[in-house]
Design a binder for this molecule. Structure first.
Ligand SMILES: CC(C)(COP(=O)(O)OP(=O)(O)OC[C@H]1O[C@@H](n2cnc3c(N)ncnc32)[C@H](O)[C@@H]1OP(=O)(O)O)[C@@H](O)C(=O)NCCC(=O)NCCS
Length: 202
């Protein structure tokens, strides 16, 4: 395994691969690990104990919470704010201008991603669509509408495909009826995730 360089920060140290770049004014929390060729820009913010995979870019104004896992090739643009325990599959991407041009002003639209939400491999989040707590975006989905907490969406454009439990498994496909289990874990997603981790064998 490649050796990571220890960098002191407030409350401890974070760890960075030799080939990764962390700009001087980036804010990275303790115990976070940043792998090869990743770039964390000045003005980006990453919480504690997160994993930032190879080649990931977190641009200025991009925010990631604590305990996030971001797989290789993901881009988090400025204006994107992900909560704690958020997962990004490989090559998932965010966007921050809904009508981009190479010329003229950049019109930034913000996107919020809730606690414990997961974004599947190669998914694309169109700016301005909130992803709810513990929601799951399927691999390859293109998210063009807000995703409700606890829901699974798939496809292009992404559409409801089920309600998921804390483990991310589909427990119902009746969109109109939010399962009790979902209602309960959404009362305090952090607590529900903590319980899940405590009761899991990994
Ligand atoms: C969406 C997902 C959670 C569904 O998993 P599942 O509940 O086990 O679903 P199944 O495999 O039983 O498939 C159910 C249906 O959804 C379809 N489907 C599954 N994943 C899909 C996706 N990503 N996009 C579109 N349709 C999908 C299947 O084709 C199937 O359709 P059918 O009923 O018409 O045959 C899963 O397929 C997925 O995309 N997970 C994310 C994986 C990922 O990105 N991991 C990153 C870490 S490496």
């Amino acid at each position: 395994m490649n050796k990571l360089r220890e960098v002191e920060c407030e409350d401890g140290s974070y760890y960075v691969a030799e080939t990764a770049i962390v700009d001087p004014n980036a804010d990275v929390g303790p115990e976070t690990r940043i792998w090869d060729y990743a770039h964390i820009y000045a003005g980006a913010k990453i919480g504690k104990s997160s994993m930032i995979g190879a080649g990931v870019h977190v641009e200025s104004g991009g925010i990631l919470g604590d305990y996030c896992k971001v797989q290789r090739g993901v881009v988090i643009y400025g204006g994107v704010s992900a909560g704690d325990y958020v997962f990004f599959g490989p090559n998932a991407t965010t966007t921050n201008d809904r009508n981009p041009r190479s010329f003229g002003p950049w019109q930034k639209t913000e996107t919020t991603i809730g606690t414990g939400a997961s974004i599947g491999a190669n998914a694309t989040l169109i700016a301005g669509n909130e992803i709810g707590d513990l929601a799951l975006v399927g691999a390859g989905a293109v998210v063009t509408q807000p995703v409700q907490p606890g829901q699974l969406v798939v496809g292009n454009p992404a559409r409801f495909a089920g309600w998921v439990n804390v483990a991310g498994e589909v427990i119902s496909t009746d969109e109109a009826m939010q399962p009790d289990q979902v209602r309960e874990y959404l009362i305090d997603p952090r607590l529900a995730i903590g319980e899940y981790i405590k009761n899991s064998a990994f």
